[in-house]
Write a protein that binds this ligand. Structure first.
Ligand SMILES: Nc1ncnc2c1ncn2[C@@H]1O[C@H](COP(=O)(O)OP(=O)(O)OP(=O)(O)O)[C@@H](O)[C@H]1O
Length: 293
């Protein structure tokens, strides 16, 4: 396993913000951590990055406890922080070239470090902005630079905290493509947090839903949507009069409608349950249970 998290707990002062969080990740797996504000996503990711000391539990990243990790371990970890604000007067390619030098001693025959600047600029779509000063970049270009900084050392594990905030649709599409290539072609294991359910659904092999410091569900998009009963929303008209029903078996319902109404049936619409429905149901049910206990 590339990531192993077992019984992770985190307490700030008197408040427990992570209770018994357990999950793992295989090489090349993309995991998305979803959850409402304050659920503990950033805290979890910061513990895995070695930036926060946990209160209890076992955590291993590439077989090493991040709390006791050395520079060699750090050279294999990529982190995309919220936004790079330093070095405004540096040019994009200069900064990447400079940061890349830190990784050179950790190059191996199988993983050449750092990523050559020209290739990296191309991969993140910043070739045209290579000579620009960082302070002149647009918000989206800055975010692409953040991603480039995160992967300049060709990490084995990449942590992305809300990576596409502020991206336009094209930048988002390209970023998704990049994440998929990192995972599929290079075997990079990726843990990302996002509030964008569509993003989680497109990118992640597995989604972990975190609510109030606990993982309340995990699985692929299809598995999570299947967890929720009474999901599909079916609408139709009979002689112009509208009807609507929720059902777990829309195929059987539609078959019945055709046999009962034949040609009088119109405007048939079946809306499959989405990850959003599943997510909202899970989080609301969990909040209700907590309020009752
Ligand atoms: N340094 C800190 N000291 C005390 N409490 C903190 C600290 N950092 C975070 N918290 C609390 O821990 C809880 C989890 O916060 P965290 O930032 O991990 O959530 P999150 O899921 O990333 O939220 P968001 O979606 O809003 O980014 C919150 O209740 C937050 O107020």
């Amino acid at each position: 396993m590339v990531l192993t998290v077992d019984g992770l707990r985190m307490r700030y002062g008197e408040t427990d913000v992570l209770h018994d969080v357990t999950f793992d990740a295989r090489p090349g797996e993309v995991l998305a951590l979803l959850g409402p504000n304050g659920a503990g996503k950033s805290t979890t990711i910061e513990i895995l990055e070695g930036f926060r000391l946990r209160s209890a539990g076992r955590v291993e990243v590439l077989g090493v406890d991040p709390a006791a990790a050395d520079e060699r371990w750090r050279s294999r970890i990529g982190i995309v922080l919220q936004s790079w604000r330093d070095h405004g007067n540096w040019r994009v390619h200069e900064l990447l070239q400079h940061l890349g030098t830190y990784y050179a001693p950790y190059s191996t025959p199988t993983t050449r470090r750092p990523w050559p600047t020209g290739e990296l600029l191309d991969v993140v779509g910043l070739t045209a902005a290579a000579g620009q000063k960082i302070k002149t970049l647009s918000g989206g270009q800055r975010r692409r630079l953040d991603v480039a900084i995160g992967i300049v050392g060709r990490p084995d594990v990449l942590f992305l905290d809300e990576p596409t905030v502020g991206f336009d649709p094209e930048a988002r599409y390209e970023f998704h493509d990049l994440v998929r290539r990192l995972a599929d072609d290079l075997g990079t294991t990726i843990l990302l947090t996002t509030h964008d359910l569509d993003e989680a659904s497109k990118l992640a092999h597995r989604i972990l839903v975190l609510a109030a410091g606990r993982i309340i569900a995990s699985g692929s998009t299809a598995q999570l949507t299947r967890l929720i009963a009474g999901e599909d929303d079916v609408r139709w008209t009979v002689d112009g009069e509208p009807f609507r029903r929720s059902t777990t078996d829309s195929t059987a319902l539609v078959r019945g409608l055709f046999s009962t109404y034949g040609d009088a049936l119109g405007d048939l619409e079946v809306r499959r349950a989405s990850l959003e429905d599943a997510y909202l149901t899970l989080v609301r049910e969990h909040a209700r249970e907590r309020d009752q206990s």
